[in-house]
Design a protein. Structure first.
Length: 480
């Protein structure tokens, strides 16, 4: 593979009914995904075990590492099942709805079951948006200990199990719900590389989850989903979340409802910059190729959206409904990969920050020098020998316009690096030359191609001290 064919921005695909088979997962990996998102808002644990098994088997079959991300539901409030035709309910401006946590089953009318006790949190006058913001309501009274009344402010249709957004409601410390706790305990006993925390308000939410994961012996990295009005209230809050987490997901759907659609592109730009500065993973999510749920080609706007994320320097672009329940999951991945490759080969990502400012600089203070040297001598690849992944992440934060081949002894580190910009990770037994040995192996196999006009590959190899947190102290230029 030449560096022009090496996809530096990664693809994360959600697994759902459209891809929930062994063959479906294999097809997505073959098409070019680098990670699988398992949405814990839906599904059974037995299904998760099957998915994890199939993902690992398919990745091994392809000789690749694929990250698995557990996406916690968080305080995502949903309506219950509506006992109506097509499970939909037309509503009109002025209608009064009762949202009742104690109602286990809808019996018709405007008395609706809801999967959260809003009576404990909502104050009169606070807005409640339903069905991705399609229906706007306002709380008018607290009916009982488990029910509230809301007034509908526009005509529309409600659907079964559709989400509610409450941008002005203070949920306090209720970010990690009882369901989340059960899902976390399940996840800690399974093979997850990342855990995504929904509806994050502040860095304190991340710290709480990290304590829980640590107490269960989990080495999963934490992704903060940025989607609440509180999280985007100031740059200080945003940057605090970025510093506390291992990465962020720009969850543009709920963010648009909670904070306003016009806020989303500004927050996306800020978060990509902050994550590059702090050497943290950044995922751009929601409706990236939304039209491909139903048609086999993306819209021009969607192509531009993916292209913009690549140009900004995002680590990952994510697919949700497109691969979970769309008609063309494999075609969507192929279309997204095609856009990524074309853009990165015609508009190189700007270098941006030359020095990361978080603790990762302790592990690799030489990352800027590695990338600058590689570009000056027209190297074909960078090889990172890394125990924890820190060296590879530090080099990736510089956004080099060439592949990073990471070699580690730890399979978990390799899986996690599969979502980091430009990284392709391999697990090998440690030796003083295992980076060089791997590069020679990949060249001999034909995976790494010698560019036209050259007779050999030029590689920069950087490494740190094995089993320590010392600085990376070695840069080598080698001909392969």
């Amino acid at each position: 593979m030449s560096k022009r064919k090496f996809k530096r921005t990664k693809i994360l695909a959600t697994i759902g009914p459209a891809s929930f088979t062994k063959e479906g997962i294999e097809s997505l990996i073959e098409a070019g995904i680098n990670g699988c998102r398992l949405n814990f808002s839906h599904g059974l644990y037995t299904e998760r075990d099957e998915q994890i098994k199939w993902i690992r088997e398919a990745a091994k079959k392809r000789g690749r590492h694929v990250a698995i991300l557990q996406d916690l539901q968080g305080p995502k409030i949903r309506l219950g099942l509506l006992q109506t035709e097509n499970m939909e309910l037309p509503v009109k401006r002025g209608d009064r709805l009762i949202l009742d946590y104690g109602l286990k089953e809808h019996e018709g009318g405007l008395h609706l079951p809801v999967q959260y006790n809003l009576a404990k949190k909502v104050k009169i006058g606070e807005p409640i948006f339903m069905f991705d913001g399609k229906i706007e309501t306002v709380a008018t009274s607290i009916v009982s200990d488990e029910a509230i009344e809301v007034e509908v402010l526009n005509d529309g249709v409600l659907g079964s199990r559709k989400g509610l957004n409450l941008p002005e409601t203070d949920f306090g410390d209720d970010i990690i719900t009882e369901k989340d706790m059960a899902d976390i305990e399940f996840g800690c006993s399974r093979d997850f590389d990342y855990v995504a925390l929904s509806f994050v308000h502040s860095a304190a939410d991340i710290e709480k989850l990290r304590q829980i994961l640590t107490s269960h012996g989990s080495t999963a990295k934490i992704i903060a989903k940025i989607e609440t009005k509180k999280a985007v209230a100031s740059d200080e809050i945003l940057e605090g979340i970025v510093e506390a987490a291992d990465g962020v997901m720009v969850a543009r759907g709920d963010m648009a409802v909670e904070a306003g659609a016009e806020v989303v592109p500004v927050v996306q730009h800020k978060l990509v910059e902050m994550c590059r500065k702090h050497a943290k993973l950044v995922i751009i999510a929601t409706q990236m190729m939304g039209s491909m749920v139903n048609i086999p080609e993306p819209s021009r706007a969607e192509v531009s959206d993916v292209a913009n994320a690549v140009i900004q320097g995002a680590d990952v672009v994510m697919l949700s409904d497109e691969t979970a329940q769309g008609k063309y999951p494999v075609e969507t991945v192929k279309a997204m990969k095609k856009v990524i490759l074309y853009i990165q080969n015609h508009i190189p990502v700007s270098r941006g920050y030359t020095t990361v400012i978080n603790d990762i600089k302790k592990y690799d203070a030489l990352a800027p020098a590695v990338v600058e040297l590689a570009e000056k001598i027209d190297a074909d690849l960078i090889v990172c020998q890394t125990a924890t992944g820190a060296t590879a992440r530090a080099v990736a934060a510089q956004r080099p316009n060439l592949p990073i081949i990471a070699v580690t002894t730890n399979p978990r580190v390799a899986n996690q690096l599969s979502l980091i910009y430009a990284n392709n990770a391999y697990v090998r037994t440690y030796s003083a030359t295992y980076g060089l040995d791997l590069a020679q192996e990949l060249k001999a196999s034909g995976y790494l191609e010698v560019p036209e006009g050259k007779t050999e590959l030029t590689a920069i190899i950087t490494s740190g001290h094995r089993n320590s947190v010392s600085l990376s102290d070695t840069i080598q230029i080698v001909k392969i």
